[in-house]
Design a protein around this ligand. Sequence first.
Ligand code: NIG
Ligand code: FE
Length: 383
Amino acid sequence: MSTLITNIGELVTNDPDADDLLGVIERAALLIEGTTVAWVGPADAAPTADQQVDAGGRAVLPGFVDSHSHLVFAGDRAAEFAARMAGESYAAGGIRTTVAATRAATDEQLIAHVARLVQEMRRQGTTTMEIKSGYGLTVVDEARSLAIARQFTEETTFLGAHVVPDGDPDEYVALVTGPRLEAAAPHARWIDAFCETGAFDADQARTVLEAGIAVGLRPRLHANQLGPGPGVRLAAELGLTAVDHCTYLTDDDIHALRDSGTIATLLPGVEFSTRQPYPDARALLDAGVSVALASDCNPGSSYTSSMPLCVALAVREMRMTPAEAVHAATAGGAAALDRDDVGALIPGRRADLVFLDAPTHVHLAYRPGVPLVAQAWIEGRPV
Ligand code: NIG
Ligand code: FE
């Protein structure tokens, strides 16, 4: 079965061979065969197909790839947010509140909650999402968080090293790299650690990631979120695909990222919700570092599931151009998940796309807060 989407006002392809960053084709068409893109080009040169869909002049973009979220949790921390807005500061320890609520929730409650958040994401154009554990922090609760996440995505991440629930961090690391990892690994593709003052230091984070690598997981890291620290340099040294947050960076950190090719995943929902300074995306891009944008959807530091909001914040607050922000939220996220089947609309890629009620991708930042995503398609079908 083939479908031709015609009358696309602006098609963002992210074609790496194009002259412009987004590989934009105006007055375009896109042919889907089965679940993948078969052809893109000017509408007046389009091939025929079994059926046609008229985009009505809308912009069509690759679906957003949200490479960082923590959707498996119960409860919320609205009171903590309100206290922050009244002057309190954000601290890693708030995670423990959500851990208690998550442990107390039934599987059915957690599944229903993740389903609601995934639905929210899809309505806002996210077609691939990563989901972490990290609010269970026992053998059973981490494994069940990941098994639940797996019902929604292949991109699952074991974040047993999220915070030390109580006791000695080194003893806790031994648990994370021992029985917890063993129970979690069958449900996870990635392993992550929160390398930060108040969470895990560089040696502990390295121990956790190396244990994960030894059982076949791919490493990634939360680093330099709450202050400067060694996490980003550790990520570069280990040659990680991506390191996430990157809010407090020194010039040496930026050079290390540039030299290693590690992607800096920026999470502007966090700075919005914690009133911390936004990461210096401009400095990263100007130094030649690859950047991804993700939501970090979680109940503590960033309770948004909206990639359009992240794009708007990146443009307005982080001095990214609209094209850079859209690229970082699509192709950037795909690269941060080591995926070459999503993040672009070129022949051979999955037909995961978004119709915008707008003539161009620029409107995502130009019209912040407006629900511009008319429809998202995954593998060639509306969702
Ligand atoms: O990515 N940094 C660590 N974890 C989350 C915050 C979790 C929480 O506050 O519950 C984050 O920001
Ligand atoms: Fe996070």
